[in-house]
Design a protein around this ligand. Structure first.
Ligand SMILES: Cc1cc2nc3c(=O)[nH]c(=O)nc-3n(C[C@H](O)[C@H](O)[C@H](O)COP(=O)(O)OP(=O)(O)OC[C@H]3O[C@@H](n4cnc5c(N)ncnc54)[C@H](O)[C@@H]3O)c2cc1C
Length: 467
């Protein structure tokens, strides 16, 4: 403790703490909060010298237990004090920010200058840029704009045994070496500690025009998604919510979309919408964006594609900025509304090829039935990425175990359909055993070789990512 305090200052070291994320916490011998990259390097170097594990901790919004130490002697390394904007050149569409800046602050700073930082994972106010890069997080608008790594042109990181490296930078192209920037992105703190990133930005679209549409069943909704793609237009987002998700979250829909999607207002409810009077068996949430004229043109083409087939029950296309914001705010709260249904849930993030989406959505419900748990799913339909969820009452004996067994079946289903056990949240500790099912032994060995080369003592976030 004394030696760590000498590096970061006594007020920035705590002894015997619990840290982690939304999925899991663990005990650490100490938590340190360095002020800059040099202090991060000194902490990693000290841990390497003393054979102590180092667990990078961002905003703790992860869903895979990645920031939870597995070894009570570990040192948790919080990045929150590295929150400076090192440079911002709006005219050149780029910024260099430190890892501890929240994802929302990055997006807001860009927005204030008429620019867009497109990655939009749900917990943007809590998550940090470093954690968002370390999980290569996605979000609803990843369909058009890609995931976080697509917007990172360079990284500053501390590698073992405590060296600061810079790969890439403010250049938009760089093929000089192996792509270490991409390797560190999504590595979940197992190859190095990200201390800062150079980001590419784009001018913000002038208009964002969403459409919410209800369909009579999963088949009709999935057919509509394929028609949307075949239309040749590029929506910014293609999200879906199944019937049980709408049952949980539909009650908080703003009034107009609630009516349009067939969920009428309960009389005498004082303005609160109620699901009780209607159903929405399958809902799609699309968005057209761009210069206003272009966004309107794309939205019309999307509306045509939605209307063309069978099974459309109703739709709404809000235009007023307040209504658009309210719709997306509602979408951001869906996960919490589903949790509230029974008090707890196990929510996964498998992804499948788009033409297998319907099987994955229906398969999720069957798996829930088999394990005696209510199930639902919603997610980023355009990316084939499902948040397949099993609802639990935390105090009901045996439900947690049944949910784990259901998740196991879900991973098997995703792989059978040609997909992946995780499209967004990463492997962390929760899914580490799944990798052997997804990868061939040679692919697992290649990953192991990379880990051994960059972290020969195996002290960077041990027990995560690799089996
Ligand atoms: C309500 C909600 C909605 C969400 N929606 C989405 C979504 O739409 N899409 C999506 O992809 N994710 C989503 N997530 C998951 C999560 O928000 C993202 O993965 C997030 O960006 C993680 O950032 P964090 O700073 O909280 O990371 P943490 O949880 O603190 O850490 C995540 C992992 O990154 C490592 N790490 C953290 N900081 C660093 C660093 N500086 N250097 C190296 N390693 C580091 C940790 O060790 C851990 O392994 C959601 C989470 C919540 C709670």
């Amino acid at each position: 403790m004394r030696e760590l305090a000498a590096i970061v200052g006594p007020e920035h070291v705590e002894e015997a703490v619990r840290v982690g994320d939304t999925a899991r916490t663990g005990r650490a011998r100490a938590r340190v909060r360095p002020a800059d990259a040099d202090e991060v390097a000194a902490v990693v170097s000290w841990c390497y010298e003393h054979d102590l594990a180092v667990v990078p901790v961002g905003g703790g919004s992860g869903y895979a237990g990645g920031a939870a130490p597995l070894d009570a002697e570990a040192v948790a390394l919080s990045l929150d004090r590295l929150s400076a904007m090192r440079s911002f050149d709006p005219g050149l569409w780029r910024m260099e920010a430190e890892a501890g800046m929240t994802t929302e602050t990055v997006a807001r700073r860009a927005r204030e200058s008429g620019l867009l930082f497109p990655p939009d994972p749900g917990a943007a106010e809590q998550s940090q840029l470093g954690g968002t890069i370390a999980t290569n997080a996605g979000g609803p608008h990843a369909f058009k704009y890609g995931v976080t790594g697509d917007w990172v042109t360079g990284l500053e990181a501390v590698l073992a045994p405590g060296e600061i490296v810079r790969v890439g930078g403010p250049v938009r192209k760089d093929v000089a070496g192996y792509d270490l920037r991409a390797l560190l992105t999504g590595s979940e703190g197992t190859l190095g500690v990200v201390t800062a990133a150079w980001l590419r930005l784009v001018p913000a679209p002038e208009a964002q025009l969403p459409i919410a549409a209800a369909f009579e069943d999963v088949g009709a909704g999935c057919a509509a998604i394929e028609r949307v793609l075949a239309s040749g237009e590029v929506p910014a987002a293609i999200e879906y919510l199944d019937e049980a998700t709408m049952e949980a979250a539909g009650g908080s829909l703003p009034e107009e979309p609630a009516r349009a999607l067939g969920m009428r207002m309960a009389s005498g409810s004082g303005g609160a919408s109620s699901y009780a009077n209607g159903r929405a068996p399958f809902v799609l949430l699309l968005e057209a964006d761009g210069a206003r004229e272009e966004a309107l043109r794309v939205r019309d083409a999307l509306l045509d594609a939605l209307h063309e087939g069978e099974g459309l029950l109703g739709l709404t296309a809000p235009e007023a900025p307040g209504d658009v914001r309210a719709l997306w705010r509602w979408r951001a709260g869906v996960s919490h509304a589903v949790t509230a249904r029974r008090g707890a849930k196990l929510s996964e993030d498998v992804a499948v090829p788009l033409d297998r989406l319907r099987e994955a959505i229906e398969g999720t419900l069957r798996i829930g039935e088999r394990h005696g748990l209510p199930a639902c799913s919603w997610g980023h339909a355009g990316d084939g990425n499902l948040h397949s969820t099993f609802l639990l009452a935390a105090d009901h004996p045996g439900e947690r175990e049944r949910a784990d067994a259901a998740a196991h079946d879900l991973f098997a289903l995703a792989l059978e359909l040609g997909g992946t056990v995780t499209g967004e949240h990463g492997i962390g500790v929760l899914k580490a055993r799944q990798l052997r099912h997804q990868w061939t032994p040679a692919a697992v060995a290649a990953h192991r070789a990379i880990k051994d080369a960059l972290d020969p003592k195996g002290l960077l976030n041990p027990g995560k990512k690799l089996p």
